[in-house]
Design a binder for this molecule. Sequence first.
Ligand code: SAM
Length: 345
Amino acid sequence: MWGLGVGQRRLSAVPTSSANARASWRRRASQPDHLSSNDGTHEPVMAPEVVRLLAPDRGGVFLDGTVGDGGHAEAILRAGAEARVLAVDKDSQALERARARLATYSERVAFEHGDYADAGELFDLGEGALAGVLLDLGVSSHQIDSSERGFSFRPGVPLDMRMAGQGEEPTAADLLATLSADELTTIFRAYGEERRARRLASEIVRRRRVAPLRTSDDLRDALTSVWGRPLAPADLARVFQALRIAVNRELESVERGLPRLRDLLAPGGRFVVLAYHSLEDRQVKREFRDWSRDCVCPPELPVCRCRGRRLGRELTRGPLRPDPGEVAGNPRARSARLRAWERGE
Ligand SMILES: C[S@@+](CC[C@H](N)C(=O)[O-])C[C@H]1O[C@@H](n2cnc3c(N)ncnc32)[C@H](O)[C@@H]1O
């Protein structure tokens, strides 16, 4: 039963195109994913920009699809006395933290556990229900700092990495135990832009014949033997990030969620996304561009067969970046890219 479950999910954990490997922020890859605020509380990234772009002072219903510790949600509720927030997270621990943080706003906030891509069904929302949508993608500082969740590459950490926590979903250790060398290569290459992806995958397959890789130390040992030199944090960050993206099928949620959430926006409704790695940011950029064009037919088509009208406009020309002061205080903000879009009439 368990084996079948893992097997069924195997293909979806693997990117379909290794061409994605070319896309990456080299700077991002060099930054350990675990840099976070000092006390484990997640610092909301670029909160003033998020609030300015969502404009909750207009009132209405705002979806925070990745509520995490509730920092952005709190900023939205504070800035908009008439605003209500629908909060989603696939991590039930995060929801509990957000619920506690937002207790003073309990009249204006509702919570659901699940994937943001399913927010319409979770809250039974119709088209045009929302004044704004926020997605702050990736992991929270709290997740990274909780060793038992397995996101960190500190010594002795179990290779779990499931944002949804305990459950039937395969862990990072399950993927390392069951995927083929080709599938592992594709994950390390596409999601981590790892040049030694194939050698690393082969080493993992060789080692797991002797004993399963269960902890960060097991993976670190495999990496060290392939690298042949002491590992830099950036080496570990690339490989751990790749596994995390595969475990949580993060790109699938973005691909499925963006158009679905767009359709829930009312005219004038705003969509704000913070991405922390290039693969997600590229998807956001491509979607926001397409939705802002009159025609998205392939150039070889003689007549337009698509919707033939733009759905809205981009509010950000290129991605907004955090200023150096924010990055100094919250290193996790370093790799953030913020893009915003507004639905037309
Ligand atoms: C960067 S944190 C959000 C932090 C939040 N904005 C704050 O101010 O505290 C990202 C959160 O998104 C959640 N998450 C990631 N992918 C998700 C998905 N597909 N659906 C729902 N929640 C998701 C994670 O569990 C995590 O809690």
